[in-house]
Design a protein around this ligand. Structure first.
Ligand code: FPP
Length: 278
């Protein structure tokens, strides 16, 4: 348990988490498309990078809330391969922010049992960011709590193509035959081989797209879209997404009394969320 982060929680927050945990159906893996940083800034008459800067505070809060809730895997789409087409200045601010986050946050991740990983074409990152990323990954490698995976210079199609090339190479080397190719085998060649498929994908800022994120892995994921921009998305918004997800789950084999109790718990969470915001 991330002791330090648990101690920082308010009583209401602890109570919401207690109620959510009671459902025992929380997603194992949550994947998030963090969108809307630019619009958040522009609507405030600020340069776009201010949206990315504030977005880091959302990253911190969502990582902490996920860890204390006992979520096992959290994957964040932090920089897509397509994002390299953005203006040089914006890319350089994003890289600065990423390096800063990793440097400042690694001791906290370490202390709170979070294991950091990354997926994507990582060697495309600037050298200093890449080195810091490897340091942070190494320093948290033995942690056993939340696995936080950053998708960086990532593209779902690129990962699938990469996997197909590796499979073809193994066939040429005689290690595999075409009949060995199954869904499980394809999954095992992807960069996400060690992660379970996401149970829940959250996208902020209202767009209804996957944007090349975990294309293979999200085949059966539930999708939750909120109109909030990423810099405004904090732990209470995550809880709302979880209530929505839990309500969608069909409970085969439960008695009507058990279903009634669950409904009551979700109503209680929403009541606390409404009061926490007012
Ligand atoms: C999308 O907003 C967001 C990104 C491209 C980057 C997300 C990065 C961060 C939150 C900061 C660094 C990340 C970590 C993990 C420390 P957008 O710019 O596409 O917004 P827009 O659609 O409104 O233009």
């Amino acid at each position: 348990m991330p002791q330090q982060w648990v101690q920082e929680q308010t009583d209401t927050d602890l109570e919401i988490q207690r109620l959510l945990k009671q459902s025992s159906q929380l997603p194992r893996h949550i994947a998030i498309i963090m969108d809307g940083n630019g619009r958040w800034a522009q609507e405030r008459g600020l340069p776009r990078y201010e949206g990315h800067r504030e977005g880091i505070n959302s990253v911190r809060d969502i990582v902490k809330a996920s860890a204390t809730l006992g979520i096992q895997y959290l994957t964040l789409y932090a920089f897509s391969m397509e994002n390299w087409k953005r203006p040089k200045q914006e890319i350089s601010v994003l890289m600065e922010l990423l390096q800063y986050y990793l440097k400042v946050e690694t001791p906290e991740l370490k202390a709170n049992n979070v294991r950091l990983q990354a997926i994507g074409k990582l060697n495309a990152l600037p050298k200093r960011v890449y080195r810091q990323l490897l340091r942070s990954i190494n320093e948290t490698a033995d942690n056993t709590g939340l696995t936080l995976t950053l998708a960086l210079s990532y593209s779902g199609r690129w990962d699938l193509v990469r996997a197909m090339q590796l499979i073809a190479l193994d066939i040429r080397r005689g290690k595999l035959s075409p009949e060995d190719i199954t869904e499980e085998l394809v999954s095992s060649y992807l960069l996400t081989a060690d992660l379970p498929d996401p149970d829940l994908v959250i996208r902020t800022s209202g767009e209804m797209r996957l944007s090349n994120f975990l294309l293979w892995e999200t085949a059966y994921s539930e999708i939750y879209i909120t109109h909030k921009y990423w810099p405004d998305f904090r732990r209470n918004d995550l809880y709302q997404a979880l209530v929505d997800y839990l309500r969608r789950e069909r409970r085969f084999g439960l008695t009507s009394e058990q279903i009634r109790q669950q409904r009551q718990q979700f109503d209680n969470v929403e009541y606390l969320l409404r009061h926490d915001e007012s």
